[in-house]
Design a protein around this ligand. Structure first.
Ligand SMILES: Nc1ncnc2c1ncn2[C@@H]1O[C@H](COP(=O)(O)OP(=O)(O)OP(=O)(O)O)[C@@H](O)[C@H]1O
Ligand SMILES: [Mg+2]
Length: 274
């Protein structure tokens, strides 16, 4: 079981959309996926129509009140499960901060999942902030999957993420964290900017950037309001095809553990040759 934090401190770059639809595409390919909604905004949760239920988030497990296994819900897609979020999670930020081991609470909470081997991958849909929940995700994850919007400041954002990973490594909270992959999202083939940004990010981050690029698609933004992933909402459109291709690539990268994912330091822009 691999724990993948879908993270970028920047808001609105496609973290939740990628968590939901990559998760759905992997489930379609027969993998068992647990999506953990770590964002008090609960966007991933409402993407599955689970938003109106109280007391079903990771809040209690994080504070030691119950086990994560009691908070796992099936979705309409076989093989795809979710631990929902609710507003209580915002309170967890404050309460966890007061606890001992406040950076490793999530890692502890996820431990039971390692022993029963139910899931192939756990996706942590992170909030767009550098708060306690995001730090906990970085401390618990094997790797980061970072969606980046095809826009002008993409590289600046990535540099920040690389620094953040280095900080986590240095702190000792997690010694194995890697930047596993970068997914370019909201690509608009009609604009030079999109093409330029993808080329730049590839130049600096090389193979770490997924070949598959997610196109800008109105369908992708509509699907959550129907409680559906793109695979149910517009199964044969370009966005669904893109997330299927991303899932294929993701599995290829994870076929031989740790072989394709180099350590973060070797590819950071600071070390690049110019
Ligand atoms: N490829 C895409 N094409 C068009 N719209 C998209 C695409 N990906 C995401 N969106 C839309 O952009 C908005 C932000 O996407 P999303 O919620 O996935 O980002 P996020 O990084 O999770 O945001 P936050 O930081 O607030 O959690 C949403 O309205 C979503 O539907
Ligand atoms: Mg989100």
């Amino acid at each position: 079981m691999k724990i993948v934090a879908i993270a970028n401190q920047k808001g609105g770059v496609g973290k939740t959309t990628t968590a939901v639809n990559l998760g759905a595409a992997l489930a379609e390919m027969g993998k068992r996926i647990l999506l953990v909604d770590l964002d008090p905004q609960a966007n991933a949760t409402s993407s599955f129509g689970l938003q109106d239920i109280e007391g079903i988030s990771l809040y209690e497990p994080l504070l030691g009140g119950s086990s994560i296994t009691e908070k796992i819900f099936p979705t309409r897609r076989e093989g795809l499960f979710i631990v929902p979020a609710d507003l209580d999670l915002a309170g967890a930020e404050v309460e966890i901060a007061r606890m001992p081991n406040h950076l490793t609470r999530l890692a502890e909470t996820l431990k039971p999942l390692h022993t029963d081997e139910t899931f192939d991958f756990v996706f942590l849909d992170c909030p767009p902030s550098l708060g306690i929940l995001m730090s906990n995700a970085l401390a618990a994850a094997n790797e980061l999957l970072t969606p980046i919007q095809c826009e002008y400041f993409a590289l600046e954002g990535l540099v920040k993420i690389v620094r953040l990973i280095e900080k986590v490594l240095d702190s000792g909270a997690n010694e194995r964290l890697e930047l596993g992959g970068i997914v370019m999202t909201m690509f608009d083939a009609r604009t030079n900017l999109s093409q330029q940004v993808v080329a730049d990010v590839r130049k600096h981050f090389g193979e770490r950037v997924y070949e598959t690029v997610i196109p800008r698609s109105v369908r992708l933004s509509e699907a959550p309001s129907f409680g559906k992933s793109i695979l149910e909402y517009a199964p044969s459109g370009p966005a669904a095809q893109a997330y299927r291709a991303l899932a294929k690539e993701f599995l290829k990268r994870h076929a031989s553990p740790a072989s394709d994912v180099a350590t973060v330091k070797t590819h950071s822009p600071e070390n690049r040759e110019t």
